[in-house]
Write a protein that binds this ligand. Structure first.
Ligand code: IVH
Length: 749
């Protein structure tokens, strides 16, 4: 890099980092990930190190946070609120230890203890107490001057208003944050409030992107009543001005803060040397997903406060502490394209094709874009998300990965949008079959109307049909379904039961093709034949009707007992189902009109009028009421079931299938069953039945099957290899039996 290039690059970095800082600290709307921010800062520091005389007066290396926003009074911190240096790799941690030893003149073997504690992803706050009374609370701001948020801080339960036995002057520093549960609840509340606002024709509110933004947005409210209403919390981990020292060590000082009534983090540990620090880092990392609040690393601090004082500070960071960051679970990359996947129920799901990027240690090249509203920057209720920014092919997008869930595209950087990027046009025809793709009123999802003629829907339906909780056909998985569909051998579920007759000899001869041979083919035919006898609930579930899940299918089976009874009833209810839908539509129209006219909606009258217009027979009405009155059913499922049965192609496919099956009626929960109403847990290896089978059988006998042993467990069935659950059951005095005893218990039922 030439000197001129370096100068230019430093200018560019100063500008980008300044914008990012302002967005992060002032607008509570980050424009880049922490990882990217850190990377740019490191690049800036590296260039400055190579060209020291080019370091700018406004160098990002000397900046901590951004200037305070207007609206709050300003408070100058008695002692500046600093930032922390970062460590990323394990070697950075050993380097940290080496540097400190060198600085202090300590040898390899001299004792040097550190504390290690989670780095809370919230916003820092300084609380000043005088004579034990809270005088003010200030945000970090630019490190020197922050915002006076005293009234808001007073509403936080974790912050004591008064402290007994405190030094005359005590500044406590720590992090304001929001728990995951509270963050979810807050966003849910906003969603509900938006419904009301929508009805009243008011502007809707934006949801928060993450708990940090929610905490920042809540603390920096000009109206403390709003802050009071938001569940903020506070961890104390440091201090500012003091009239007397708190203790001799970091550890004891934290204990002292706890004794004053502050909440301190219980994952704080004292560690000797870098190995122990890294071990604790790994331990915290492994607990990250279950902590219930966001952390973004582990902070290491020299334990002895006299050594901290000797080590002192660099421009903006202490020498005695470092933040060992977790690999970012956020990253920015290019959106190369948007693919549309068609699901079992015809839903068109947009999938982002990304330039591969590492997100939290995993290479991500696809991410979900949810639905067309999400791409346009709206939630399903029309409220803006991401500040209303849409997502376009070619955009620079933020990818976000939370735990195991599918990564999603969270944000977009408008400053990097290519000039020729155009708004994404969501397809209105199915990309798989060319049928119209329509979006029904109130549905966030656009769906292919092709039904059985759509190959994507047909394949997904078949995969569902053979899946474990449905027909559970061994040897016929997703891969085989695709193969047979491609060959034209299986187009709908009934074809599976014709497979042997029609293609049996062919399949047995396909020796080396895609893994089939005589044995595997015969095994498959046996597995299929076994499933000609099927429980009614599995059949209903296996059809893959929208909204009919495993539980709904079981409820329907228990209620109707036979396929014929259900089919007859659903057919009979059809006119009433249509009337119900007409009434739903009339109700929606009335709500909207009422909102526009600023009056209350006349819902009952509107529905009654719409129903009356459809002129439904009493018998149809009774059948419909019977259907949607089934415990756990309801109108949404009822309508979907009714639509499926009324669709000619689908109905023909059901009828063809049912002809080939022997349907077993559900066993009514036997009142005399010794396990009825009991909570049963299975553990260890079961030798005479699969886990799924054992569960289904127990449930059919009226038992509740749970995955874990607790005080509520009545019976543990333990096979060989049972471990912690058996131990826990023994501790709790839960009756434990083996598989044979279980079979004997339920024998003949
Ligand atoms: S110690 C002089 N401990 O991280 C050092 N900071 O990047 C004072 N943070 O401004 C900070 N958890 O907002 C410390 N356990 C912790 C922390 C922590 C979160 C934040 C704090 C600080 C920033 C530095």
């Amino acid at each position: 890099m030439t000197k001129a290039e370096a100068q230019q690059e430093l200018e560019r970095l100063a500008q980008i980092l300044d914008e990012a800082n302002t967005a992060y600290h002032t607008a509570d709307a980050p424009v880049m990930s922490d990882a990217e921010f850190d990377a740019l800062k490191r690049r800036n520091a590296a260039i400055e190190a190579a060209f020291p005389d080019l370091k700018r007066a406004d160098s990002p290396s000397d900046q901590v946070g951004a200037a305070p926003s207007e609206g709050f009074g300003k408070i100058t911190h008695a002692i500046p609120m600093l930032s922390l240096g970062n460590a990323f790799a394990d070697e950075d941690v050993t380097d940290f230890d080496d540097r400190i030893r060198k600085y202090l003149g300590f040898g390899r073997d001299d004792d040097l203890t550190y504390t290690a504690e989670p780095k809370i992803d919230g916003l820092s706050l300084s609380l000043r107490y005088e004579k034990g009374v809270l005088k003010y609370a200030a945000t970090r701001g630019d490190g020197t001057t922050g915002e006076n948020v005293t009234e808001n801080a007073r509403t936080i339960g974790d912050i004591p208003q008064e402290i007994a036995d405190a030094p005359e002057i005590l500044e406590v520093r720590g992090e304001v944050y929001m728990s995951h549960a509270d963050f979810e609840a807050l966003n849910d509340r906003i969603a509900r409030e938006n419904e009301a606002r929508e009805q009243a024709g008011k502007r809707t509110l934006s949801k928060f992107a993450n708990p940090r933004n929610a905490a920042a947005g809540s603390l920096r409210q000009l109206d403390p009543a709003i802050t009071r209403d938001r569940p903020l919390r506070f961890f104390a981990y440091a201090w500012g001005a003091l009239s007397a020292p708190l203790a001799d060590t970091q550890w004891d000082a934290i204990q002292r803060l706890a004794s004053f009534g502050f909440v301190v983090n219980d994952l704080t540990r004292a560690c000797e040397g870098p190995e122990a620090l890294i071990a604790h880092y790994r331990s915290i990392e492994s607990q990250r997903a279950t902590l219930g609040y966001d952390i973004d690393g582990v902070v290491y601090k020299v334990n002895r406060l006299d050594l901290q004082a000797r080590l002192g500070f660099r421009a903006t960071t202490p020498r005695w502490a470092v933040a060992h960051k977790f690999p970012a679970e956020l990253a920015w990359t290019r959106l190369e394209g948007i693919d549309i996947q068609v699901g079992r129920t015809g839903a068109l799901s947009p999938v982002a094709r990304l330039t591969p990027v590492t997100v939290g240690g995993v290479v991500v090249s696809n991410a979900t874009l949810h639905n067309e509203d999400y791409i346009e920057g709206r939630d399903s209720k029309g409220a803006s998300i991401r500040g209303g920014k849409d997502i376009r092919v070619g955009d620079w997008v933020q990818v976000y990965r939370a735990g195991d869930v599918i990564p999603k595209v969270a944000d977009v950087d408008l400053s990097k949008r290519p000039g020729d990027a155009v708004p994404y046009a969501f397809p209105t025809v199915c990309p798989e079959c060319g049928s119209d793709a329509v979006r029904e009123e109130g549905d966030a999802v656009r769906r292919c109307t092709g039904g059985m003629i759509c190959p994507a829907q047909a394949i997904e339906k078949l995969k569902h049909f053979v899946s474990r909780k449905a027909f559970d056909i061994e040897g016929l998985g997703a891969k085989q379904v695709e193969q047979f569909y491609g060959d034209g051998w299986i187009r709908q579920p009934a074809d599976i039961f014709d497979l042997e007759d029609r293609y049996g000899s062919g399949l047995q001869q396909l020796k080396n093709r895609e893994g089939w041979g005589e044995t595997s083919a015969n095994n498959l035919f046996r597995a299929i034949a076994d499933k000609r006898e099927i429980a009614l609930a599995r059949l209903i579930f296996g059809l893959g009707i929208r909204h009919v899940g495993e539980v709904g299918a079981r409820d329907l089976a228990l209620h109707f007992q036979t396929w014929e009874a259900m089919a007859t009833s659903v057919d009979e209810a059809r006119p009433a189902a249509l009337a119900h839908r007409a009434a739903d539509m009339a109700e929606d129209a009335e709500r909207q009109k009422a909102a526009e006219e600023g009056r209350r909606a006349r819902i009952a009258e509107t529905r009654a009028a719409a129903m009356a217009e459809c002129d439904v027979s009493d018998a149809a009405m009774a059948a419909w009421q019977d259907l949607i009155g089934v415990d756990g059913i309801g109108a949404t499922l009822g309508l979907s079931l009714s639509d499926a049965f009324a669709n000619e192609d689908e109905r023909a496919a059901f009828d063809r299938l049912v002809e080939k099956l022997t349907i077993i009626p559900p066993e009514a929960p036997a009142a005399e069953s010794p396990v009825a109403g009991k909570t049963v847990v299975f553990t260890g290896t079961l030798e005479k039945m699969t886990r799924a089978e054992a569960k289904a059988r127990a449930e059919s006998l009226g038992a509740k099957v749970s995955g874990s042993v607790s005080g509520k467990t009545d019976l543990l069935v333990a096979g060989p290899g049972a471990g912690s659950k058996a131990k826990k059951a023994a501790e709790l005095g839960v009756e434990t039996i083996d598989e044979d005893a279980w079979l004997a218990l339920i024998e003949g039922l």
